[in-house]
Design a protein around this ligand. Structure first.
Ligand code: GDP
Ligand code: IMO
Ligand code: MG
Length: 427
């Protein structure tokens, strides 16, 4: 039962899209299990660059069936435009499967996301403004709209009425905004029904049958471990579970089926939006990481906050996800530094702390304790094996592996599919 989970080990944007695409040619299914179009996964194939937000990165591998699982929140207009954009570029998207149980990001949820952020003022989360949080909130409040509701106008209308009942009170009385009309929302949603119909399926059944037939299934996470609603830096998180357990609930597979959990780990750290980030840099090193690493958001175009590698976070990701492997990305970006600081522990109120504190107050006070590792100046982008790397780059990788608690099985030395050093096979 080769079922693999591939997820972000930090705050997102670790290179999940590239890693998924790399495996896409050898797997039968790639399943997104949580999040929505807050994700931005970049895949570079030859001279072509693709930015995927909602579609699993396996969509670019012709033999692979891409699946949007029940745990994902789907903005139908984004999905349809992403599909037509790929079709225009000659990518066949006809195999896509969309769970009938996935929740829909309605136009009013996008509005609520933006209005809420504005009213939070300086306490805002810095969301992507795509309606993710309000859609998951509706799901938990049991007033959400699911893909299957598009095929029963009467049920859809009742559900939109129920959802807007409370929301319109909040919008008009609390936020001083105009109420949203039920019939307008229903009409817009019904307009997507026929276009989505060819893709809608019982994806839980499909995935489990595939596993019974010994097909290879890869579960592709959005966001990252520290953005997890339960295990991340709450409240500065997204509203779903990117951690490994999320693959089980968000795709409908039992934990006993998962054979491998791969954490995608950047050789330094980035974060978009608000929230604590102990190794964040505000100097020219941070600027250099941003420039060399091209650290600008794929979804919102915001500059990413940049900092040194944080081993405390990597260890935490190993633990909460049960990681079996790491895929270390963007090692090439660190070329040229004489010495590279790596955070090995925190100092909190004068005490050395080796593990991520569960308390938000403590984490806000965490100061990084750095160890200096020697850098390298040679171009590593053509390296094909571990032995091709300069000695100091090898030592950097080995040091990170030792601190992080799981083997580093692949190393990214550039954005392209072939710019990867494979150490242990994932399949
Ligand atoms: P994701 O959200 O985890 O899929 O990551 P993003 O696509 O948001 O950001 C990762 C960026 O780094 C993308 O622009 C990738 O093309 C790029 N990238 C991925 N792996 C490597 C690598 O090993 N080296 C370099 N230089 N770039 C990489
Ligand atoms: P990928 O899949 C980085 C961040 C937002 C914000 C917080 C909540 O490309 O790694 P949301 O819109 O989800 O309610 O915003 O989460 N965030 C991401 N940061 N990469 C992502 O996705 C992200 N998706 C959400 O910036 O801080
Ligand atoms: Mg991204």
């Amino acid at each position: 039962m080769p079922a693999l989970v591939l997820l972000g080990a930090q705050w997102g944007d670790e290179g999940k899209g590239k890693a998924t695409d790399l495996l896409g040619g050898s797997v039968d299914y790639v399943v997104r299990y949580q999040g929505g179009n807050n994700a931005g996964h970049t895949v570079v194939v030859g001279d072509q660059k693709y930015a995927l937000h909602l579609l699993p990165s396996g969509i670019l591998s012709p033999g692979c069936t891409p699946v949007i699982g029940n745990g994902v929140v789907v903005d139908p207009s984004v999905l349809l435009s992403e599909l037509s954009g790929l079709n225009e570029r000659g990518v066949d998207t006809s195999k896509l499967l969309l769970s009938g149980n996935a929740h829909i990001i309605t136009p009013y949820n996008v509005t609520v996301d933006k209005v809420t952020e504005r009213f939070l003022g300086k306490r805002k989360i810095g969301t992507t403004g795509r309606g993710i949080g309000p859609t998951y909130a509706d799901k938990i409040n049991r007033v959400g709209i699911r893909v299957q509701d598009l095929y029963d106008e009467s049920i859809l209308t009742q559900k939109v009425e129920a959802a807007l009942d409370v929301k319109n009170q909040i919008l008009t009385k609390l936020y001083n905004r105009r109420a949203m009309a039920v019939d307008q929302a229903v009409e817009e949603l019904l307009g997507y029904a026929d276009k989505l119909a060819p893709y809608v399926a019982d994806t839980v059944l499909v995935i489990n049958q595939a596993l019974e037939e010994n097909k290879v299934v890869l579960f592709e996470g959005g966001q990252g471990t520290l953005l997890d609603i339960d295990h991340g830096t709450y409240p500065f998180v997204t509203s779903s579970n990117p951690t490994a357990g999320g693959a089980c609930t968000g795709a409908g597979v039992g934990p006993t089926k998962i054979s491998r959990v791969i954490g995608i780990l950047k050789a330094y750290t980035t974060r978009v939006g608000a929230g604590p980030f102990p190794t964040e840099l505000f100097d020219e090193d941070g600027e250099a990481l941003r420039r060399i690493g091209g650290e600008r958001g794929v979804t919102t175009g915001r500059d990413r906050r940049c900092g040194w590698f944080d081993a405390v976070i990597a260890r935490y990701a190993t633990r909460v996800n049960g990681l079996t492997d790491f895929f270390l990305t963007k090692l090439d970006v660190l070329t040229g530094w004489e010495q590279i600081p790596v955070c090995v522990a925190y100092e909190i109120d004068g005490k050395r702390v080796e593990e991520l504190p569960y308390s938000q107050t403590d984490f806000h006070h965490a100061k990084p304790v750095y160890e200096m590792l020697p850098g390298w100046s040679e171009d590593i982008s053509k390296a094909k094996s571990f032995a091709d790397l300069p000695k100091n780059a090898q030592s950097y990788v080995k040091a990170l592996e030792e601190m992080s608690g799981a083997p580093i099985s692949a190393i990214g030395v550039g954005p392209g599919r072939d710019e990867t050093i494979e150490i242990n096979s994932f399949l």
